[in-house]
Write a new protein. Sequence first.
Length: 659
Amino acid sequence: MKTRRLALWSTAVLLFVMGPSPARAGGALETLDITGLPPSPIPGEIAAKLVRIRWDARCMPVRYKVNNTLDPVPNPLGPPVLTVAAAGAAFQRSFDRWNAIATSYVDLQVSGQVANPGLVGFDMTPELSFRTGPAFTAIASSPSTSLISDETLAAGDDIDGDGDSDVAAAIATCQDVDGDGDVEFPAGDYKAGTILDNDVQFNTKANGLRFTVDDAAIDNVTRSVDLEAVAIHEFGHSFGLSHVLNNQKSGTDGTGACMFPFIDTGDPDAERSLRTLDSDDIAFASFFYPEGSAATGPAALQAGDVPFRLRYGLLTGSVRHGVLDQPVAGASLFAVNLLERSVTASAFSGTTRVSYNPLTGALSLVTPEFNIPDGKFVMPVPTGLYSVGIQAVDGSPVPAGSISLTAQIGSIFGQQNFNDEFFGFREADLERFPGFGKPLLALPGRTTGGIDVVTNRTININKFGTRNFVGFVSPPPPGVPVPFGRYYAVRIPAADFLAANPDPKILVHAALFDTGLFDASTVPRFSEALLTTGTVAADGTTSVDLARPLVRVTGFVGRDDDFAPLFFHNPTSLGRRIRHGIDRGEIQNLFLVLRLPTAGPFPGFGAQPPLIGLDGSPTGVPPNDVPVFGLSYISNDGITWTPHAVFNFRFSLVLSERP
């Protein structure tokens, strides 16, 4: 037996809690591939490709042991409401959600128990544990250890350095040959990214959470969370899925992918929804582990299986930044089913690499040309007619650091700074209609290629800083509730419009409204959204023309914790009309307006109105980034408009030059 000093990498991903107040899709977890030790432009370092982590098919099923020791720290919510046996049953139910996908050969199983006093880490024994370190504050984590180079494992190799062989010659699948509790791999060749061990830890610290295991116990207590919902998310990481941005299916369905990185523990419906896999989750579990992709073994067809190629087609293309003229790393693309009007799947763009220092383990960026060879993406979708949109990973609703190294590379190079748009009939850095997508037909077993997106070169008119808060909620009695039909508006003086771009041949593309929710399972639906005009008298009295708006959309659907675009149908004529109105003195101000629903009750457990993003300070003291400009207004009747002295509302008008 010999100890193999393999190049390994540990990946940990966290699931974060989101409380009842929102003050708060498809990809792969990544590791390095240094096979062949290609030189980096930095002397002495290696050019390391980023590749996805995954279990080798020979290791299916992956057998996990449940650590039967609970963390002894008392829980402020009272004693745990689960036993080890109940937790193990919940874990298996969560595994079975993934195992039941007919087009995927993912197979995860609970296989006994283990008694570890702490976090053992890399030991060739997949483990499910309620033991966490003292500084652990997330709900759960799923660290994996994987190869970072192609390797040939030989019988007798001791990979984890515990003095025991981890590789056997007389087996064809991963199993505990010698009965000592850890797993031996079959001798043979393995690719960089192969997972050798994965452990999942669930937080039961005093400042952590109380886990529940039955539907009746799911409540709106923010430090109480459904174990099955959390486990399904973490187990997606366990076989290599990354976080996604998909947290809202449609204008009528506020639920999203299980792999969205936040869970609203104050919304029982949101917790229950995470017990069911989304189409985004299913698509990538199938794409990465496709049924029918081998003649023998787990990937071979068995009773109840459906070949991946008979149900899914591929949408492929690339993303290029229209301003920087660079391939984009980590842009989020999403496919909208045009018949169902819902988000079906998502993907991230970019092939990436880093400079790796083998002595220190440090990763370095060199140049966009070196680190981002291309902006390619692949998105699996069921048969259907789609449009493909693109969204920056800019922190709304998820930061790049919560997605992948690839997304972080794009962010560091300043690439995550574009507005949402759709792949259209004429892709360019200046487009007339970036909000209207070209229909794309996906057929089973076929690739629909050439979806090459160029982000639009736009100008955003806004005066706000980072989001500090969301508002406004109705306080409990005896507070004054937020009335139905309330208006929120932002004024854009004519001078600001002209300063943004004095060219009279300007296109007015869209309005962006930063919106949010009290309960994550609901949809931020507003009565209407408007672009209109108005005046401000010398005494400050403001009048907004609600009767003759430039654009009015009823039943406007916002986004959960993100900017919701309202794309205009006539950007050329709208730009001409506004400019002519300003030149003739007929337009003194533009107003972007959102109106709350005019009747109730508001949806969700909390029965709260849809929310808007705010920049400012509740004490009235301007924040450090920007002052409060006094351009944001509230009106309860559409007649009296009161400027807000504490917050800037995060509404934006999007322009561009004409192509």
